[in-house]
Design a binder for this molecule. Structure first.
Ligand code: PEP
Length: 250
C-alpha cells in the first residue's frame, strides 16, 4: 500500500502574507480532521516559502520549477540549493505550463531532474498528452516517450526519491477531468514503463493524477490501483477543498 500524496500546485497565486494566514486556517482545521493517512504537500511560489516554513511539522513544501544550473549568472532563476535551503523538499519539473509557455523540452527537464536529485529535492515529474494527441490515439506513446526521455540515465536510491504526475493537458484548469478508468489506464502504462526502467522500485513509486481534480471527483480517481494521489491546482487554493481531497484519499 503506497501512502497517498495530496500535492497542491498554487501556481502564481496569493502573496506571502496571505499564504501565512491561509496556513493558520489550515492548521486549525487540521486539528479537527483525520488526515494521518496521507502526506500533504504545497508547491508554492518560491517567494512564499519563508512565510510557510513553520508549517513543515504538518505538511511538506515544494517549488514549482528550478534551474538546471548550479548557480551563477542566470538572472531571475532559482536554484535547487535555494529551494532546499528555503524549506522545500519537493519540486515540480516539467509542468505543461512550463513545457508550453517556456518551451521546456525533454533534454532540459532531464537536466532539471538530475539537478534536483543532486540537492535531495524530490522531483515531481509531470507528463501528459494534448487533446489532439489523445484524439489521434497517441496518448500513451506521448507520455511514455516523455517519461523515458526525462528520466534517461537517471537512477534512484529509493522509490521515495521520485514522484510522477500524469496530467493530461486538456484537463488542466479546464474543469474537464479524465474518467477514472482512462486515468488509471494511463497511470498503469506509466508504472509499466517505470518497471522497465526501475524494476526494483516501480511498484512503490508514487504516481499522481492531475487535471481538474476536485472534491466531487477525487474519491473515484484516488480509488484506482495506480493513482497514488493528486497534483491539484485550483482546488488546492481553498483550505476546505484541500482537506476534502485529503479525506477522499482515505
Ligand atoms: C495543475 O496545475 O497541475 C493542475 C492539475 O491544475 P487544476 O487542478 O487546476 O486543473
Amino acid at each position: 500500500m503506497i501512502r497517498p500524496l495530496i500535492a497542491g500546485n498554487w501556481k502564481m497565486n496569493k502573496v506571502p502574507t496571505e499564504a501565512a494566514t491561509w496556513l493558520g486556517d489550515l492548521k486549525e482545521k487540521l486539528k479537527q480532521t483525520d488526515a494521518g493517512h496521507a502526506d500533504i504537500l504545497l508547491c508554492v511560489p518560491a517567494t512564499h516559502l519563508g512565510a510557510m516554513v513553520a508549517a513543515q511539522g504538518f505538511l511538506a513544501l515544494g517549488g514549482q520549477d528550478m534551474s538546471q544550473h548550479e548557480s551563477g549568472a542566470y538572472t531571475g532563476e532559482i536554484s535547487a540549493a535555494m529551494l532546499k535551503d528555503a524549506g522545500a523538499s519537493y519540486v515540480i519539473v516539467g509542468h505543461s505550463e512550463r513545457r508550453e509557455y517556456h518551451k521546456e523540452d525533454d533534454a532540459l527537464l532531464n537536466a532539471k531532474v538530475k539537478k534536483a536529485l543532486e540537492h535531495n529535492l524530490i522531483p515531481i515529474l509531470c507528463v501528459g498528452e494534448s487533446e489532439a494527441q489523445r484524439d489521434a490515439g497517441k496518448a500513451k506513446d506521448v507520455v511514455i516517450a516523455q517519461l523515458k526521455a526525462d528520466l534517461e540515465g537517471i537512477s534512484f536510491a529509493s522509490a521515495d526519491d521520485l514522484v510522477i504526475a500524469y496530467e493530461p493537458i486538456w484537463a488542466i484548469g479546464t474543469g474537464k477531468t479524465a474518467t477514472a478508468d482512462d486515468a488509471q489506464e494511463m497511470c498503469a502504462a506509466i508504472r509499466q514503463t517505470l518497471a522497465e526502467l526501475y524494476p526494483d522500485q516501480a511498484s512503490r513509486i508514487r504516481i499522481l493524477y492531475g487535471g481538474s481534480m476536485k472534491p466531487s471527483n477525487a474519491q473515484e480517481l484516488l480509488s484506482k490501483a495506480d493513482i497514488n494521489g493528486g497534483l491539484i491546482g485550483g482546488a488546492s487554493l481553498k483550505t476546505d477543498d484541500l482537506l476534502a481531497l485529503v479525506a477522499a484519499a482515505k
